[in-house]
Design a protein around this ligand. Structure first.
Ligand SMILES: O=C(O)c1ccccc1N[C@@H]1O[C@H](COP(=O)(O)O)[C@@H](O)[C@H]1O
Length: 221
């Protein structure tokens, strides 16, 4: 008998208020994300993000951009992150080093500009990343910009994700398009930040609930 498909997981990212972590947890999210590298619109101190897991019951994803390894380990430990999302130009060797330094699940973010670049990233990070996150590309913002990647580029190469590597779909997801993303891209996790916000870092309760409900809808039919 074929195995039942795993249910879709959801991540609410860019949380800057403890009450929004609670909101995400009550709505059924699996992961809450905090931007731990300083200087971004949704950056928070690691000690502040450390309050999210207890408030939400979710696993904490620490998002960092091009941090040196010692600083990264320090941020991850202070936040109590369970997953590290590397959202810069990190090389595979950094992930190998991190794996030896702690028990974090490691996700590498790739900003999609071509299917070839995604295939090359899958190749380079196979064996070192537990997940590959695909995000939209924006000329000024590293992430959290609400930009979709071209889904039609990824649909034909979806099955090239190595077995056991989570596919996290991000970038421009919203309550209104997440069911279509789940159907077309068949991700393991859907990730949203700006699509459920009132303004940068401030989440809207109705949109968070609708996002999670709509993400799950296809698999529950
Ligand atoms: O949200 C940010 O400000 C941010 C800063 C630096 C790196 C990543 C960031 N956000 C990540 O971007 C994706 C997509 O966000 P959106 O839904 O398109 O707004 C998501 O993984 C965020 O974690």
């Amino acid at each position: 008998m074929p195995e039942a498909a795993e249910r879709i997981r959801t991540k609410i990212c860019g949380i800057t208020r403890v009450e929004d972590a609670g909101l995400a947890g009550r709505a059924g999210a699996d992961f809450v994300g905090a931007i731990l590298t300083e200087g971004y619109r949704r950056s928070v101190a690691p000690e502040f993000a450390a309050r999210y897991p207890e408030e939400s019951g979710c696993r904490l994803v620490g998002v960092t951009v091009d941090e040196p390894v010692d600083r990264l380990v320090d941020l991850a430990e202070r936040a109590g992150a369970s997953v590290l999302q590397l959202h810069g130009d990190e090389e595979p060797g950094l992930l190998t080093t991190l794996r030896a330094r702690g028990g974090w699940e490691l996700w590498k973010a790739v900003r999609v500009r071509s299917a070839e670049a995604v295939l090359s990233a899958l190749d380079r990070f196979a064996g070192v990343a537990d997940g590959v996150l695909l995000d939209g590309w924006h000329p000024e913002h590293r992430g959290g910009s609400g930009v979709r990647f071209p889904w039609d580029l990824i649909e034909p190469v979806r099955d090239r994700f190595p077995a056991g590597v989570r596919f996290i779909a991000a970038g421009g997801l919203q309550p209104d398009n997440v069911a279509e993303a789940v159907r077309r891209l068949r991700p393991d996790v859907v990730d949203v930040s700006s699509g459920v916000e009132i303004t940068h870092g401030i989440k809207d309760a109705a949109r968070v609930r609708a996002f999670i409900r709509n993400a799950r809808q296809d698999l529950e039919k």
